[in-house]
Structure formats: C-alpha cells, structure tokens
Design a binder for this molecule. Sequence first.
Ligand code: MG
Length: 412
Amino acid sequence: MLIAQAEVLITSPGRNFVTLRIRTADGVVGYGDATLNGRELAVATYLSEHIVPLLLGRDAHLIEDTWQLLYRGVYWRRGPVTMAAIAAVDTALWDIKAKVAGMPLYQLLGGRSRVSCRVYGHASGRDNEELFDSIRAHMARGFRAIRVQTAIPGQDSTYGVASSSAAAAGSDARYDYEPARRVPLPIEERWDTRAYLRHMPGVFEAVRNEFGPELPLLHDTHHRLTPIQAAKLGKDLEPYDLFWLEDVTPAENQEALRLVRRHTTTPLAIGEIFNTIWDYQTLISEQLIDYVRSAITHAGGVTGLKRIFEYAAMYQIKSGVHGPTDISPVGLAAAVHLGIALHNFGIQEYMPHSADTHAVFRPTYSFVDGGLMPGEEPGLGIDYDDALAGSFPYQPAYLPVNRLLDGTVHDW
Ligand SMILES: [Mg+2]
C-alpha cells in the first residue's frame, strides 16, 4: 500500500476549499480537508512544497507513524497551518484504510455508538420578528437545536447575522450567512460590548416566550468578552437554559475560564480555533468547559481530534465539533464518522453547503430528522469531481476584522 501520488486540489464552488488527494500504487484514493479560511494558499503551499515529497513511497497504512513524523519531525510544532496540513494527510490515510478494509470509516473507529449525530443550525435576525422567522424556517428544514444570533441595535453589522430575511431563512442561493467575503482585503466591522451585553438577555427571553422551554438554544460570543464580562453574560442567560454559550473569551489564557466558571452554571463550549490537545490541557483537566469545539480539519485530523475527545471524556466533557461552511464536505464527513462512533459525542454544528459544493464533493452523508448520518460505502463517502471543481477557480476571500467604536482593533 505505498503512496504513489499526493495532489493538492483547490476549488471555489461558492467559497474556497483546499483538499489533499492521496493515491496508492494499487489505485486506492483517499481525501483530506486542508481548508484554512482566509489563509487557504498557505496550507496548500505547505502541503505541496514540504509534505507531498515526504509522503511519496511511504506505506499508506502507517497512520500514527505518519502523524508523529509530520508533528514531531518538522521541529516547529502546532499552529493552524501545520495542523491543517497534518489533518489533511491523516484524514486521507483513514479514508484509504477504510476503503481497503471495505468498511465505512466509523466501523474502524469502533462502530456505531448512536443512530445519528444530532446537529444544530444557525438562526439569525436583524430583529426579533426576523429571528423568529429564521428559527421557524430552520425547524421546518428539520433542525432540532438552534444557534441564536441577532443584530445589536445601533451596529451596522453583527457576527452571525444574515444580511437578508431570505438568507436568514436559508435560501438555496446562500445558506444563512457567509462571513468570508470575496474581497481582496478584509472588510471592517464595529463592535460595542456594552450594547451587546444589554441586548442579549432580552432576546433569549423573547425566544423562550415564543418557542417554549424544550428547544435546545445555543449562542456564540465569538471570543469578544473579558472573563468578568463573560461571567456576567453567563449569569444573565441562566434563566433561559442555554445548551451552550460558545467562545466567551479568546481562551488563549485557559486559566481565565476559572473566573467565568465560578460565576455561572451556563454550559460553556470552546475551541474552534484550537489545534492541539495542549490548547485544552487546563480547560479539560480543571473541567472549565462542557464541550470541545475543534474540527478535524484544524486539529490534526481524525487522529488528533479523537485524542482530544478521549481526554475530555475522562472529565465528562463532550464533543461539539466546529462545522461552518469552511469545513469542506470532506472534513464534515470525517466528523460525522467520528461522531457516530465516539462515546462522548455531544452535538455537531451543521451549516449546509451550497448545491455547487455538494456537486463537487458528492458527499454521501445525509441530514435526517435533526441528525447527520454517515454514508455506508467504504471510506469517508466522498467522490471529488475534478472537471466540475476546475470550473470554480480560487478567489481571494477574507473574514472581517473588528474594531471598537473608538477604532481599536478587537477580536472578531
Ligand atoms: Mg463559533
């Protein structure tokens, strides 16, 4: 099972994706997602210049050894570019191993622990009426857990809020919202923390009054608060029984979560920008969070993420894998295979891809009754259409940057 070819594939069917395709000498093909939103070409170059030459001639079955070689063997450890590149190799090798075994990947990861992976969708609105319509539209599409984001009065734009009511309802043209814009330079947004903290409790009160106590509700603060602000928000939202409050602080300072935890029983989810188990060491061992948010694409693949979740399981912390549209169908497929097998699965974020993206990757997972089901064919269940992918060339696109009202750069 020697690796004969490794290709870096770049396409942009509505947004940019970087994919690694590994082919063995006997023709077995595996796919891995290497998409790093806004820095796509850095990972593509890292792969093509520094990793592909290392892979050629290696045994495709050596998944753990290859992971360790690419992690320890470069001297420079961790970081989003390195770990996304490792993730792509690792996921492609798991895809190959499962195809050779003749099994869907989840069977190699231990088999099913559940029927399907419960997901949550993204509802948003510029006011409560639009938000309620968006929640209803998501429930009509089959979502059984909803992330709630809303515009802050007085701000031109707010993270996580669709730009039109059609988009908020999930139109085919553009699901919900897409924060990465196809622009040569990032656009700037403005942020007022005090206005946000004043506004949010009333929104959740209105949503609970409209939809009742059962519906699981989530909210993303997107790294914008200090620990004491996060503690206040968590406390203020306690009456509305959130499923989780996400990314309350930037969390590079893991110890900051001690202060948040001391003041609120609102469950906390963190980690979509984390790359390794080391980023969670204090958060997990001191039980400062309830859900781990890393994605397969950004945290060293199936091998890297499985290691993090098994560590988290010791502390009754569950998975809540990052799943926006910049995780390609390859990354999402791998997450669904891991999620169906993992004992401490919590919930999976699901922001459906566009029809063009589906046409390029042809994923076989399915969304049924509020959950994602992996395909049953051997491997991940991805079949990349080269000809179609070639008709969607890369276009520069960037996430926004964020400034406070006085112009100071703030966390986006
Ligand atoms: Mg988030």
